[in-house]
Design a protein around this ligand. Structure first.
Ligand code: EPZ
Length: 429
């Protein structure tokens, strides 16, 4: 296990280049399987979820050559193995995209049931409902989801729940289904549009991604393609919220401001300033932030993934803020850890009452999940004194070179492995 040691009372200052989107990359990589040629992918983030996805593709038989720090060349060919290993799949939920891509290319897939998550129940019923509508037979036993389809045939599917995963997974399968598929009540996140653009670059016929209705006319063959992954709006939003929380001044570079409108609006409501340019955004904190209520919603609403970092910002605002988490049942794991740092937060079901204006103090805390871990790092930068953030493997899943980027912005943060700590403890004996 590894941890970060962070010094507090830091105002972040400077500019940071935002990496490619994790939630786009973990969908585009399995989608490569559809190609009968060679695919060039660029702007892939250097995060463990991408490394895990690459390992899964290699175990399936995809030939992969690195073409630079953030670029890969992938040639699927005819895959020998259609069953991603449980050991790798359990490391990341997004492995469920292998259901859609293997079904589309080979008419069958055998994927372990995705692991649970600390965000509360995370069913995949909408994914399975859609695959069934497209003609797949599904058998779940021994922890495995076995899907098979003589032929995938286009269907009219209305999702009961707005789901990013189900929208992308069904786009993958429908891209190769015979005839037209209409997906309704779909998610509209930028990552959906990015995956649709990649599939169309390989020869798919997908229209309407980014709106409530996506129309897909299946094709039989997909060519090679070159695709650059969009910037990670959640990483960018994390740095923007960190700038406002620490009273600093930070420019996030290589972003798409349109993807960050909900975050920009919320930060402005607290009184911090946000200057928007075509490919970069500058955020400046102020001494006395105003409280602001927050409600998370699917895009273009405020993203649930930035609710934990935004809660940290609101602990610095003078007054009461009410946060309502509308997407997940259990996305307040960060609250208990923030309370160890002196935050005054009360959780009632899907609502958290944040009494801001109480200075945080450094403490040893533990990251319960990816975005909570990022929130705790921001809190540690604001707090008075030193903090340790344990189990930062969660953070490494979704943030590319986070400590280097923070050091570049003036933070004092260093990574220690548990063994260092044991050695030190040993020295004391
Ligand atoms: C994606 O997860 C993201 N992950 C999550 O980001 C993000 O928090 C989430 O969307 C919501 O924005 C990736 O893109 C890899 P959903 P996903 O299906 O697709 C319910 C991060 O930090 N639902 O949009 O799994 C579900 O329980 C991660 O980067 C069903 O009921 O989320 C939830 O309440 C964490 N049935 C809601 O829909 C289904 O079949 C939204 O989930 C599917 C989902």
């Amino acid at each position: 296990m590894e941890k970060f040691i962070v010094q507090g009372n830091t105002r972040l200052s400077g500019s940071v280049k935002i990496s490619g989107s994790k939630n786009s990359a973990v969908a585009v990589l399995p989608a490569v399987i559809l190609s009968s040629g060679t695919v060039q992918l660029e702007n892939l983030p250097g995060i463990t979820d991408v490394h895990t996805m690459i390992k899964i593709l290699e175990t399936l038989g995809v030939l992969i050559r690195r073409r630079g720090r953030d670029a890969l060349e992938l040639t699927p060919g005819n895959l020998s193995n259609l069953a991603p290993s449980y050991e790798l799949v359990k490391k990341m939920r997004a492995s469920y995209y292998f259901m859609g891509s293997l079904l589309a290319r080979y008419g069958r897939a055998e994927v372990p049931i995705p692991g649970g998550c600390d965000l509360g129940p995370r069913p995949i019923d909408q994914h399975l409902k859609g695959f069934t509508a497209l003609g797949a037979t599904i058998n779940i036993e021994h922890g495995m989801i076995n899907l098979s389809a003589e032929k995938l045939v286009g269907a009219h599917i209305y999702l009961d729940v707005v789901s990013i995963g189900a929208t992308i997974n069904l786009m993958l399968a429908a891209a190769a289904a015979e005839g037209r598929t209409v997906l309704e009540n779909v998610a509209k996140e930028p990552e959906i549009v990015d995956v649709a653009n990649f599939l169309n670059a390989m020869g798919a016929s997908i229209r309407g991604a980014g709106t409530d209705v996506i129309r897909i006319d299946g094709v039989r063959k997909f060519s090679g393609a070159r695709h650059t992954v969009i910037p990670d709006r959640i990483e960018a939003g994390t740095f923007m919220l960190a700038a406002a929380s620490t009273g600093g001044s930070v420019i996030v570079e290589d972003v798409i401001p349109k993807h960050l409108e909900a975050i920009t609006a919320k930060i402005r409501e607290t009184g911090a300033t946000v200057e928007v340019e075509p490919e970069r955004i500058k955020v400046k904190g102020i001494e006395s932030l105003a409280p602001s209520d927050l409600k998370t919603f699917p895009y273009p609403g405020f993203p649930t993934d930035l609710q934990p970092p935004c809660m940290v910002l609101l602990t610095a605002a003078r007054g009461l803020s009410v946060i309502t988490e509308n997407v997940f049942d259990g996305r307040f794991n960060h609250v208990d850890e923030l309370k160890r740092m002196g935050a005054r937060i009360k959780v009632e079901g899907r609502t958290a009452l944040v009494e801001g204006g109480v200075p945080l103090t450094g403490a040893p805390v533990t990251a319960p999940d990816l975005r909570s871990g990022a929130a705790l790092i921001i809190a540690a930068l604001m707090a008075d004194g030193e903090s340790q953030i344990n189990e930062i493997e969660h953070v490494d899943r979704g943030y590319d070179n986070l400590e280097q980027k923070l050091v570049q912005l003036g933070a004092s943060i260093r990574r220690e492995s548990e063994s260092d700590y044991q050695e030190q403890a040993g020295d004391l004996e």
